[in-house]
Design a protein around this ligand. Sequence first.
Ligand code: VGL
Ligand code: ZN
Length: 196
Amino acid sequence: MRDPVELEASDALVLVDVQHDFLPGGALPVPLGNEVVPPLNGYIALFRSRGLPVFATRDWHPPDHCSFVGQGGPWPPHCVAGSAGARFADDLALPEDVTIISKDTGREQNTYSGFEDTDLGARLRRLGVRRLFIGGLATDYCVLNTVRDALRLGFGVFLLDDAVRAVDVDPGDGRRARKTMLELGALPLSLGALRA
Ligand code: VGL
Ligand code: ZN
């Protein structure tokens, strides 16, 4: 058993792409993607009770985004800006003062990272944030690349093990992505290990 983790004043929660199109029934469903919502709501409640900031990234693509099959990309069209599929999960209890970060908004932009060409890093620095608690969808794409950039930028990162799910285009992609993130310095965490 690892020691419980205590929330600190310089912590922030980052919810990655918990959007309709990545849930079962969506355009690019992540298997069991809906299962991230209850634990994420638990993390949100804890962060809110401490007055700590919550960020939610969203995939926010133009209709002719380069990652879509029609443009020669790997994915079915998904998370088109302003569409129903791009909305956050209905049962995700986003706080009123959540900061929403739209990403991969350019036709040729497909970095899978909440930091690339957004103001997420600048906003976090302005708030004096030092540690990020990151969960959401999908482990092997946007969570992986957001965690990687966060570590590169010098943030401490907790990977929310109970609140991520993988696309697993190739079986094991999610497991390998997790291994990569831990090797890069992310620490695994589950809600039960966070001191309330
Ligand atoms: C994602 C595939 C395509 C993600 C986004 O949010 O992980 N995956 N676009
Ligand atoms: Zn996308």
